[in-house]
Design a protein. Structure first.
Length: 329
C-alpha cells in the first residue's frame, strides 16, 4: 500500500544537465522579510497555514549574463519547518532577474522528479529574458537540501515522511512568495508559480494555500490521483490488492487528500490558471489534467499531441504560452 501511495505522488520526468557551482561572491545582502497572510486563511487547511512572522534571508550575486540581459542571484532563507535533516532546513533558490529595472512579474519555478534541475533553470532563464523574474526554488530534500549521505528524497516509501516533506515544501514556497513580495523591483500584484510534472502538482497545491500567487501554470500535471491512476497499468494491481484486504478507493482518497491538488481546487477558481497537458501522457493520465481543469472553473488548457517525455519537443512553444500567461493583464 505504501508503494502505491508513493506512486500517486511520485511523477517522473527527467531532462539532465549539470548544475552550476554555488556562489563564492562575498557581497551578500542580508535582510529580514515579513510574512503577512493575505486573509484569515479559513479556506486553507490548518497544516498549510502560517501566521504573521519575520524571517531572515540572504541574497548573493551568482553570475551575470549580459548577452541574455539577465542577472542570477543565490537566495537563502530558513524553512519554517525543522526536519530531522539539518541541510534540508535551509531553503535554496536561484533568482533570475531581468536586467531592465522593474516592476516586473515574478514566478516561482518548481522542478521535475528525477532530473538534475536543468529544465527549471532553462525555464527561469527564459522567463527572465522575457521580462519576468524567475525564482527557481529547491523543494525539500532537493539539491543542497540533501544530506552528505544523499539518502533523503521528497518522495520515499515512508508515506508519513513524504507527506511531511510535501507540507514543508508548500510552506517554504509561501515564504518564497513573501520574499518576492518584499523586492522593490517585483510587481506585488503579479506573483505566480509554475512547475513541471511533480513540480506542477506542488505548484498547484502551493497556489491553493497561498492567495498571493495570482497566476499558476501546471505543466504535465493535474489532480485527483485516485481517479487518475485507478486504471493505470502500474497502479491497477495495487488497487486490486488493497480491495482484497479491505482498503477501498474512498479510504485511499482520504489518506492522500492533504497532498492532492483536487482537494482544494476551488481555491484556484479566482486565479488565472494555465494547464498544459499531453494527450498521450503515459505517466500522468490525461484525465488528471481534465479533473483539475473542471474543478478550477474550466480555464485555459492546452493539449499537446505527445507523451510525458516527448512533450519536451514542445518546450519552446509551450514556454511561449507560459510567458503570455504570466504577462497578460
Amino acid at each position: 500500500m505504501r508503494r502505491m501511495l508513493v506512486l500517486f505522488v511520485g511523477i517522473t520526468c527527467a531532462i539532465p544537465v549539470a548544475a552550476g557551482p554555488p556562489s563564492k561572491d562575498s557581497n551578500i545582502e542580508k535582510g529580514i522579510v515579513e510574512f503577512e497572510p493575505k486573509d484569515s486563511e479559513k479556506s486553507i487547511p490548518e497544516r498549510y497555514r502560517l501566521s504573521a512572522h519575520k524571517f531572515s534571508c540572504e541574497v548573493a550575486p551568482k553570475r551575470g549574463l549580459p548577452l541574455s540581459g539577465i542577472e542570477i542571484f543565490d537566495v537563502r532563507f530558513p524553512s519554517p519547518v525543522k526536519s530531522p535533516c539539518p541541510e534540508n532546513n535551509t531553503v535554496h533558490a536561484e533568482y533570475y532577474r531581468p536586467a531592465k529595472g522593474g516592476p516586473f512579474p515574478c514566478v516561482i519555478v518548481l522542478d521535475i522528479t528525477g532530473g538534475d534541475q536543468t529544465l527549471s533553470r532553462v525555464i527561469a532563464k527564459h522567463l527572465a529574458q522575457s521580462g519576468i523574474g524567475g525564482l527557481f526554488v529547491q523543494m525539500a530534500y532537493y539539491g543542497p537540501r540533501r544530506s552528505k549521505e544523499g539518502k533523503e528524497r521528497l518522495l520515499s516509501m515512508d508515506i508519513d515522511q513524504t507527506m511531511a516533506a510535501i507540507r514543508q515544501t508548500v510552506l517554504d514556497m509561501r515564504r518564497a512568495t513573501a520574499w518576492m513580495e518584499s523586492r522593490p523591483e517585483i510587481d506585488k500584484k503579479q506573483l505566480g508559480i509554475m512547475g513541471t510534472s511533480l513540480g506542477s502538482f506542488i505548484a498547484a497545491l502551493t497556489a491553493e494555500m497561498e492567495p498571493k500567487l495570482s497566476r499558476v501554470a501546471v505543466l504535465l500535471g493535474g489532480g485527483d490521483f485516485v481517479d487518475g491512476y485507478h486504471d493505470h497499468p502500474e497502479a491497477a494491481k495495487y488497487f486490486k490488492f488493497m480491495e482484497k484486504i479491505g482498503v477501498n478507493r474512498d479510504m485511499v482518497k482520504k489518506i492522500i487528500a492533504p497532498v492532492d491538488p483536487i482537494t482544494c481546487a476551488a481555491n484556484l477558481k479566482d486565479r488565472k490558471l494555465l494547464i498544459v497537458a499531453a494527450k498521450k501522457d503515459e505517466i500522468v493520465p490525461p484525465r488528471m489534467a481534465e479533473n483539475l481543469w473542471n474543478a478550477t472553473g474550466q480555464q485555459k488548457i492546452i493539449w499537446l499531441n505527445a507523451g510525458h517525455y516527448s512533450a519536451a519537443l514542445y518546450l519552446m512553444s509551450g514556454l511561449s504560452s507560459v510567458v503570455e500567461h504570466f504577462k497578460a493583464d
